[in-house]
Design a binder for this molecule. Structure first.
Ligand code: MG
Length: 263
């Protein structure tokens, strides 16, 4: 047999496979990966992170979700912010009345969870990705905050548009105990898809370095019907890396960049 036509057929087949490989070309629309604005859309809009203004910008951009962080005051009122302290004031050691006097750099008051959820409720585009922060004082306070968050979400009828994330595995399990229908993903990165599934949680929301080290977890999670979400991916090259591996969600400080990339 003349090997030349055979070689041509094989190379043509290989070329076809390469051309049709999913996500090979970013020119084609990706329908798998969705965008979550990390602490709202703040970086390119000039508003403070975790402000209601940053949530509104994420909604304006049609982000699938907008992530935000929640701590609890000394008298058990949940507030939205990332760090344990703001302007030198320790959230967990300060009353709600005192915290309510704090203004963010754009002039808006430090948001309570209640005011934040009410702002999110006024639309039906962007889901609210609620991170329950671990207490700096005690595990009991982390669990008390968990209960407050789930109660508030239900009281304001936003359960259908809210998902939960936490670094504390017990907090994640507590949310499921309080609301078995809630969607809950774990953040720390030290549990395999098997362990997440066994604990009854819904997803892995891990730092990019974890997924890059355990690339198989993306595939295994898919087989186990677990959600995969990666944070915080701000560079185009890494966005492409995860889009090519069909991660379910990319959490980013640069939602505008990711939107452009996925057009
Ligand atoms: Mg967070």
């Amino acid at each position: 047999m003349n090997p030349a036509p055979f070689k041509f057929i094989i190379s043509s087949l290989l070329l076809c496979l390469l051309i049709t490989r999913p996500n090979e070309s970013m020119g084609q629309k990706n329908i798998t990966t969705r965008i979550i604005a990390h602490r709202g859309a703040w970086k390119n809009t000039g508003v403070p992170e975790n402000s209601i203004a940053s949530l509104k910008h994420a909604i304006r951009l049609n982000c699938w979700g907008s992530e935000f962080d929640v701590h609890i005051s000394s008298d058990s009122v949940p507030f939205v912010l990332h760090d344990h302290t703001i302007q030198g004031i320790h959230i967990e050691k300060t009353t709600a009345a005192e915290l309510s006097k704090i203004k963010l750099s754009n002039g808006e008051p430090l948001p309570t969870l209640e005011s934040y959820l009410k702002a999110g409720k006024s639309q039906n585009i962007t889901r609210l990705i609620l991170e329950i922060k671990s207490s700096s004082i005690s595990r009991e306070r982390s669990l008390a905050l968990t209960k407050k968050c789930v109660e508030m979400v239900h009281k304001l009828n936003v359960a259908f548009m809210t998902e939960y994330i936490a670094f504390d595995f017990d907090v994640c399990k507590k949310v499921k105990e309080l609301d078995p229908s809630a969607t809950v993903s774990y953040l720390e990165g030290d549990k395999s898809p098997d362990e997440i599934k066994k604990a009854g949680l819904d997803g892995l929301d891990y730092h990019y370095s974890v997924f890059q080290q355990h690339e198989d977890w993306l595939k295994i999670s898919k087989k186990k019907k677990l959600i995969t979400n990666v944070w915080t991916v701000n560079e185009e090259e890494m966005m492409r890396w995860f889009i090519d591996r069909t991660v379910n969600f990319i959490t980013t400080n640069e939602p505008e960049k990711l939107i452009e990339l996925m057009k």
